[in-house]
Ligand binder design. Structure first.
Ligand code: ZN
Length: 224
């Protein structure tokens, strides 16, 4: 049987890890799951992936993240290889009214790669296919955010409501996620990445999603 790409439904000829290993730290967990992917979905996101990691390393303070920006760290090497890549960050540095410097991220890139990851996590959790087009909206919340949180119903109870045991820990303090129902009944995937960035993404009900990646189910998804 020909398997199809989890992300786009095309014929798959590669597999890839969920979450991608670049989002984790060595030594990698030995129980990482792989999904079928076509070559273009497998490789087409690598720039976005690199961007997300570089961004996280700029804002995070954990040892792992610090190591990435130190000389010869993964982000330092990426910047050395491609000065234009580093310049994109420099161009995005802004100053707020209190004189504090912040980065205005390229949200579209962040969104693309994280939606792809949520698609993979949804598969892990429910063994159902929710393609990127049906996922979202997605939100990003730096861990140390103070006020003016744009999501009303959810974030006030963000840290208090979910006990640790509900998190699926892919790698402790590096990548944790859960699926939880919001007060409005919507299902939400929450990722805690390096305890630096929270990612929230609204996902469809698993019951409305096809159970595997066969052609018939792909048509169902397309007709949605
Ligand atoms: Zn694909």
């Amino acid at each position: 049987m020909i398997s199809s790409c989890l992300y786009c439904g095309a014929e798959s000829n590669t597999v890839e890890h969920v979450p991608p290993r670049s989002f984790l730290e060595k030594p990698f967990p030995n129980n990482l799951v792989t999904v079928d992917a076509c070559l273009s979905c497998n490789q087409g996101f690598s720039k976005d992936e690199e961007y997300a990691i570089a961004l996280l390393a700029q804002i995070g303070t954990s040892e792992y993240l610090q190591a990435k920006i130190e000389p010869n760290g993964v982000v330092d090497r990426a910047f050395s290889r491609s000065p234009g890549f580093e310049q994109r960050f420099i161009d995005r540095l802004k100053t707020d009214e209190n004189g504090r410097v912040y980065i205005e991220p390229e949200l579209d890139r962040l969104e693309r790669i994280l939606i792809k990851i949520v698609c993979g996590l949804f598969w892990l959790q429910y063994k159902r296919v929710a393609r990127p087009a049906v996922l979202g909206p997605i939100g990003f919340w730096p861990f140390n955010i103070e006020d003016s949180r744009p999501v009303k119903a959810f974030l006030p109870a963000f840290t208090e409501r979910f006990t640790l045991k509900r998190w699926t820990i892919v790698q402790d303090a590096v990548f944790e996620y859960m699926f939880a129902k919001l007060v409005n009944g919507q299902l939400c995937c929450i990722i805690n990445w390096h305890r630096t960035l929270w990612i929230t993404c609204i996902v469809p009900s698993p019951l409305s999603c096809p159970s595997h990646t066969g052609q018939q189910e792909i048509n169902l998804t397309d007709a949605k």
